[in-house]
Design a protein around this ligand. Structure first.
Ligand code: UP5
Ligand code: MG
Length: 194
């Protein structure tokens, strides 16, 4: 591990489960730094024009597939290097599968807590559709949304099991009002991290 940290929370869940929403609340309440891995990749794509590697990644993400693991981890590492050692961190949307979890542990550190936002498939679809009407990300089209949901379905169970066996994960019913969800998360963070 390059740099052990006092407090690091990973927030995982399906597309539209509220990872961004809840991660920002955690960051605000505990004064943690917030890293959205999806946002990190999207920003990189915008700032790197006409680069073969990143135009390929842009295509991958627009199709709702996962960016290459090593590229993603490199971006996370670079971001982490800009954050002072003593600050807590909440990472939104990573890891996506067991292989990514393993290499995060290998190359960065073991997280203190993994927050899993469990939400019914139908609800995820509804939320993404609604957001697509309001702002719309390149990957909020119907086909990509289906791919995102399918990838999540495929990878979630083994990933959750992996963190369960390590005693690191807590599951929250994300199919509720966002403040209710956050209330439970904050109780868990209070007792597990402080
Ligand atoms: N909303 C939120 N909570 C609600 C609640 N409790 N009740 C009612 N509405 C609620 O929320 C989604 C929408 O629902 C919002 O409109 C919100 O107001 C509402 P949000 O908080 O945005 O959910 P989130 O889980 O963050 O949804 P998001 O669409 O961002 O999830 P994705 O996992 O699809 O997106 P992400 O940015 O993490 O990744 C995008 C892509 O990047 C991936 O598909 C992949 O291609 C790539 N990627 C990688 O390859 N590797 C990575 O490690 C990470 C990303
Ligand atoms: Mg998000």
């Amino acid at each position: 591990p390059t740099r052990p940290r006092p407090k690091i929370i990973l927030v995982i869940g399906g597309p539209g489960s509220g990872k961004g929403t809840q991660s920002l609340k955690i960051a605000e309440r505990y004064g943690f730094q917030y890293i959205s891995v999806g946002e990190l990749l999207r920003k990189k794509i915008h700032s790197t024009s006409s680069n073969r590697k990143w135009s390929l990644i842009a295509k991958i993400i627009t199709n709702g597939e996962l960016a290459p693991q090593e590229t993603t981890i490199t971006e996370i590492k670079q971001k982490l290097m800009q954050i002072p050692d003593e600050e807590g961190i909440v990472i939104d949307g990573f890891p996506r599968d067991v292989a990514q979890a393993l290499s995060f542990e290998d190359q960065i550190c073991t997280p203190d807590l993994v927050v899993f936002l469990a939400c019914a498939n139908q609800r995820l679809k509804e939320r993404l559709l609604k957001r697509a009407e309001q702002q719309g990300r390149p990957d909020d089209n119907l086909k990509a949304t289906q791919r995102r949901l399918m990838n999540f379905k495929q990878n979630a169970a083994p990933l959750v099991k992996y963190f369960q066996e390590k005693g690191l994960i807590m599951t929250f019913d994300a199919d509720r009002d966002e403040d209710e969800v956050f209330y439970d998360i904050s109780m868990a963070v209070d007792s597990k991290l402080f």
